[in-house]
Design a protein around this ligand. Structure first.
Ligand SMILES: [Zn+2]
Ligand SMILES: [Zn+2]
Length: 381
């Protein structure tokens, strides 16, 4: 009920907010067979990782008696003397952070990968193992303890994009896969609210990378085109688009697993963040702020998520089949306190979602793309 109220409250967006990127008139009506399938349990194919997801649209109506996560704390201080990421503070290993002004990168004090692991392989019947070398770094997005990416200015987010690209270039010289990611919010395991991301780089192609590499290569070999550019074309102005400009398309993918999952796709061929020119980086900063503000406005809270970039691996051979993109995986389902769990049928059979991707996109499209604090400023002005 609160959800319906929130929806009607925000329906049509907030006065003064930028209009939705895709005009409603451009949306194509779906054929009756599609509407019929989409209103009942059905499966959708994810061509990026070659697997299916079960969609059960009616299940969001069921009563919820399970876990409710507490709403996260608000009103953080701009500087926290106990935070190991704030400028000038001492970390657990005894090192002191510099008094950085913009962004700051350091090697994780408790890294999951190290550059000097033994690289032997063992193979005994069904038992296989191999050494893995790599490194893990922490990327502080801002010296301000209380900011989030949505709350930063476009130039500040642009600096994060530049750091992502620089880390990609640097680590790509030594490692095959560079995984940039951010866990935001306690529900996603982020132990510290200070705005920060991570980069893990390793000598192997991890699971998701290997699957996406194989799928994109197959499509490229069959059609001569990039799978995700074809997908972006198919989604153009469709019911799953959340935000779009000349350079970027943000959609709730047709095959999304997480309730408000989104895919951020570069609209022109780009293998990695390092391929992006000045204009693409600028518009990416604005697109990310737009998306994250929508997320924060959806349930009136700093929206938790795991996000990360997928870019071409650094190995021999060509990577023409690769298209740069980012995934956002937020766990919240119906409110600030009801989250989706990947358990039971999903662990044992296949992934399942309740809300359809079209409904999720509609809700993200109609919610304001203006940050909550700026809305307050607009209202009082
Ligand atoms: Zn801090
Ligand atoms: Zn991907």
């Amino acid at each position: 009920m609160a959800e319906a109220a929130a929806r009607s409250k925000r329906g049509g967006g907030t006065a003064g907010s930028p209009s939705p990127a895709t005009p409603a008139k451009a949306r194509r009506p779906a054929p009756p067979a599609v509407l019929r399938i989409f209103s009942q349990p059905h499966r959708r194919y994810n061509p990026l990782i070659d697997e299916w997801v079960l969609v059960s649209p009616e299940r969001t109506n069921r009563p919820w008696l399970g876990r409710r996560d507490p709403a996260p704390p608000v009103n953080l201080p701009a500087y926290d003397p106990d935070c190991y990421l704030c400028p000038g503070n001492v970390r657990a290993n005894g090192e002191t952070n510099p008094k950085y002004a913009n962004t700051f990168v350091f090697t994780n004090d408790f890294a999951a990968l190290r550059p000097d692991s033994a690289m032997e392989r063992i193979e005994e019947g069904l038992l296989r193992a191999e050494g893995e070398q790599g490194t893990c770094r922490v990327l502080c997005f801002s010296p301000r303890h209380d900011l989030t990416m949505a709350g930063m200015s476009p130039p500040a987010v642009r600096r994060i994009i530049d750091v992502w690209a620089d880390q990609t270039e640097d680590l790509g010289r030594r490692f095959r896969w560079v995984q940039l990611f951010e866990n935001r919010g306690e529900t996603m395991g982020a132990s510290n609210p200070h705005p920060h991301g991570q980069v893990w780089a390793g000598s192997a192609l991890p699971r998701e990378a290997a699957r996406e590499d194989a799928s994109q290569r197959r499509w490229w070999e069959a059609t001569g085109r990039e799978l995700l550019l074809d997908y972006a074309m198919q989604e153009n102005e469709g019911p799953r688009v959340v935000h779009e400009d000349d350079d970027w398309l943000i959609v709730v993918p047709f095959w999304a697993l997480w309730p408000f999952e989104t895919l951020v796709i570069a609209k022109r061929p780009a293998r990695r963040l390092t391929d992006l020119d000045d204009k693409q980086r600028q518009s990416l900063a604005e697109s990310l702020i737009n998306l994250l503000s929508r997320y924060d406005n959806l349930f009136d809270l700093p929206f938790p998520y795991s996000m990360g970039w997928h870019q071409a691996p650094f190995d021999s051979g060509d990577h023409d089949h690769w298209q740069l993109h980012a995934h956002f995986y937020p766990p919240l389902l119906r409110s600030a306190t009801v989250r989706k769990f990947v358990v039971g049928y999903e662990m044992l059979a296949e992934n399942q979602r309740d809300l359809t991707p079209e409904e999720a996109a509609e809700r993200l499209r109609t919610v304001s793309s203006v940050r909550p604090d700026r809305q307050a400023a607009t209202r009082s002005a």
